[in-house]
Design a binder for this molecule. Structure first.
Ligand code: ATP
Length: 765
């Protein structure tokens, strides 16, 4: 069972035995961690092991600790739960249990363990490492192991990877499984939405999360809920009923037919008394007379396969965990693999565990502000956005003579999150006393048909969960008719503009900024909010819609792979959108375990194609008599003008000489996605609120000298975990490849190497 790849230089290091276990509550993406750990360990020239059933397997030893091989984890990316089992093991909390665990590890010759679990599991790992020298001493004294074994294994290398649906680990911005769980919650709430709407009912929905309200908060934003209860923001025990009823009543008065309240299972009031879904229901029934039902989502939240984000996070963290283990010295503290500012990084495990515990302590001590400050800045900003758009508080409104008229337009192809952005911007406008306008059907809609209308709060309230683009979108640019566009800007006295879309939205902003010299109506703050599945807008690492697209592709490819696996001898060449940007193809390749990915950036060279065909031949040959795995090649639509999807499929078929067959598959506009993913909905909400705030802040640019106005024409981009506003002038002049319609530098350029390593694709020099 040889690995299809040659060990890299790291094999020169000591040949280590690295074991991985999953522990605590299962979460989607744990299998992807195990797959990445096993294959990276092999490719680094070491021996991978799994420990079944978490710490329980460690205590039992024997067959519970098993050597793994490359093929053992094939197909694991697409599977939910954890295939190596997990458990809550009370005995491991006792020293006697950990002593047995130590003996089993030494006897199996394991040098390092990677623990994938929640804060409890990682606390256990931390305790185990701290005690290790003492445990070995005791094992030698009681003659359970030899002194030379104690010497050989004197350092236990441990690395933590956070697998938990709660997203409750303080030092990382996302835990593996949290976004999949959020996806399950949003899907369920979307279903409930229809029945709530039909009967004009209220629903109180309880979601998981003991000391962490992340799932509840994100679900509340992503589903457009009316109210929210989370442990970090414990409401005043005497007032919370009044506050909630005031907001819900106001939403009803504004015409909303349904009410959704999300309650985190750990929600408490300021006296630390639980706020339960049934209590909330009783208040809504008694005070507002609403027909109210409670839904507890329970274990559905742990179910199903991992979403694209979790597969990516799990894979990258699994790879990093192995590399972290290999670079540990006896002096280095055990690392925890985290995600900060959208980058995979290492943090000291002990500190992370301590910090996480301090959130629970702060809550128990009623120090809610402290608990909140220990959450990441994105959490806090998302909470503020939620309050800003749902609040019934009139004190933060602009006086009517100072309110702003804010226009919104969508440009380019539809992308998941466009509607959510307009809904959030509209709600925020109402909260602040501004007047939101939609420009329907792009620049031509405005120039030819004066298609401008005021948006009403209730009209857009349902848009968060809608795919497509409710106000219409097309690719035309402002230069089709500057004069008419400026005329209508003047007629409606717009004070600010939000352009939602892809590369054409970027160009639109640039054209308007340039045209303002001749058309003073354009001298207003303008924000481009990137929304395109291609994720090719300069000034942002992430565009709305690209997560929805990736999830649609993952679902599509999972089905195709299953078909390919069933027919035993077929490889699918899947054509992926993305224009001249290989982002979608690269990410989709990584999270579906595709055998090869062709992008416009790398093109398709004949040696690469030849090498890939040889690789496929080897894989099919090795598969004979075994369970076949589905094989995929992803080809971005613009990778090559001659080597089209059909041509590649034909060449492979010809070269396979009957040993295997090829098919093409083109998901086409399915990639624009139906219902937007929770990530796109939440990011759309936060970005829309920030865009309006930017316009408020820059509303006086007309009064500035011409050359000082340029800073008010910006792209509202994601950089790491933050939103940042980059002036279009700078982006246009220094950071854009115009012919290729993409940014000069991308953050994902090296992802393809990891993808190749994990499928064993040979390098072509
Ligand atoms: P989740 O977030 O899904 O609940 P978790 O890892 O926090 O996952 P726990 O049940 O808290 O789940 O912990 C899992 C296991 O980790 C426990 O059953 C126990 O074996 C071990 N463990 C937890 N805390 C400790 C500790 N203080 N000392 C030793 N082992 C521990």
């Amino acid at each position: 069972k040889a690995s299809p790849i040659t060990p890299t230089d790291i094999s020169m290091l000591e040949r280590k035995r690295i074991a991985v276990l999953t522990s605590g509550g299962d979460s989607q993406g744990m299998n992807a961690v195990v797959r990445a750990v096993i294959r990276t360990t092999i490719s680094r020239g070491c021996e991978p092991y799994v420990i079944y059933e978490g710490y329980e397997g460690l205590l039992k030893g024997g067959d519970y600790i098993k050597r793994m091989y490359w093929d053992d984890v094939r197909g694991w990316l697409a599977l939910g739960g954890t295939l190596i089992g997990t458990a809550r093991c009370a005995e491991f909390k006792e020293r006697a249990g950990r002593l047995r665990a130590a003996k089993n590890l030494v006897q199996a010759g394991i040098d390092a363990i990677i623990v994938c679990g929640g804060d409890g599991s990682l606390t256990g790992a931390d305790v185990f490492r701290a005690e290790w020298p003492e445990l070995l001493k005791e094992l030698v004294n009681s003659k359970q192991i030899q002194p030379k074994d104690a010497e050989n294994y004197k350092n236990l290398n441990i690395c933590g990877v956070v697998g938990s649906i709660d997203n409750d680990m303080s030092s990382t911005d996302a835990t593996i499984g949290a976004y999949s769980s959020l996806d399950r919650i949003c899907e369920a709430v979307d279903y409930i939405d229809a029945t709530a709407q039909s009967h004009s009912r209220a629903f109180v929905i309880e979601v998981m999360g003991r000391n962490c309200g992340w799932l509840a908060l994100m679900a509340a934003i992503a589903t457009g809920a009316d109210y929210l209860f989370i442990p970090e923001k414990a409401p005043n025990a005497k007032e919370f009923g009044d506050k909630m009823c005031k907001i819900v009543a106001r939403h009803r008065e504004n015409g909303k037919r349904k009410t959704i309240v999300i309650v985190s299972e750990g929600a408490i009031d300021s006296d630390l008394k639980p706020v339960t879904a049934n209590m909330v229901k009783d208040i809504l029934v008694e005070r507002l007379g609403l027909d109210t039902r409670v839904t507890t989502l329970g274990h559905v939240q742990r179910g199903g396969p991992a979403v694209a984000f979790d597969r990516l996070l799990a894979t990258l963290q699994g790879v990093e965990a192995v590399d972290a283990i290999l670079s540990l010295t006896p002096e280095t503290a055990s690392p925890l693999i985290a995600l900060n500012e959208n980058k995979i990084c290492r943090k000291p495990l002990v500190d992370s565990v301590k910090m996480t515990k301090s959130v629970a302590e702060a809550i128990n001590n009623k120090e809610f502000a402290k608990a909140m400050s220990l959450r990441d800045p994105e959490f806090i900003e998302n909470l503020e956005s939620f309050y800003a758009i749902t609040s019934a508080d009139k004190s933060s409104r602009f006086p009517s003579d100072k309110s702003l008229k804010i226009a919104m337009i969508c440009i380019g192809a539809p992308a998941g999150g466009m509607n959510a952005a307009i809904r959030a911007a509209t709600s925020y406008c109402f909260a602040r006393g501004h007047i939101p306008y939609a420009i329907n059907n792009g620049w031509t809609g405005l120039a030819r048909h004066e298609s401008v209308r005021k948006l009403s709060w209730v009209e857009t309230e349902e848009w968060t969960i809608k795919g497509g683009c409710e106000i219409g979108t097309n690719r035309n640019l402002p230069d089709t008719d500057y004069g008419m566009i400026a005329y209508y800007f003047q007629k409606y006295k717009f004070d600010g503009l939000i352009i939602i879309g892809g590369f054409e939205a970027f160009i639109s902003l640039n054209q308007l900024e340039q045209a303002r010299r001749n058309y003073p109506a354009f001298c207003i703050p303008m924000v481009c909010l990137p929304a395109t599945i291609s994720n090719n807008v300069p000034g942002t690492e992430y565009s709305l819609g690209s997560d929805t697209c990736l999830n649609s592709l993952v679902d599509y490819c999972d089905v195709i792979k299953q078909s390919a696996a069933s027919t035993r001898s077929r490889v699918f060449v899947v054509e992926v959108q993305g224009g001249n940007s290989g982002y979608v193809a690269t990410y989709a390749g990584l999270v579906t375990g595709s055998q090869a990915v062709y992008t416009p950036e790398s093109g398709i060279s004949l040696p690469a194609l030849e090498s890939d065909i040889e690789f496929l031949k080897r894989l099919f040959h090795n598969d004979e008599g075994l369970n076949h795995a589905g094989k995929l090649i992803l080809r971005n639509e613009k990778s090559s003008s001659t080597l089209t999807t059909e041509v590649i499929a034909d060449i492979i078929r010809e070269e396979a000489k009957g040993k295997f067959d090829t098919r093409t598959a083109i998901p086409g506009h399915v990639q624009q996605g139906g219902t937007p993913s929770p990530i796109d909905r939440v990011r759309a909400t936060r970005a829309a609120v920030r865009s309006i705030q930017f316009i408020e802040k820059n509303q006086h640019i007309r009064e500035l000298p011409f050359h000082k106005q340029a800073g008010a024409f910006v792209v509202n981009g994601v950089k790491g975990a933050k939103l940042s506003f980059s002036p279009i002038r700078h982006l246009h002049d220094f950071e854009t490849e115009f012919v290729e319609r993409r940014p000069k530098n991308v953050h994902w350029a090296k992802l393809g190497l990891i993808s190749d390593m994990l499928v064993g694709r040979p390098k072509v020099y």
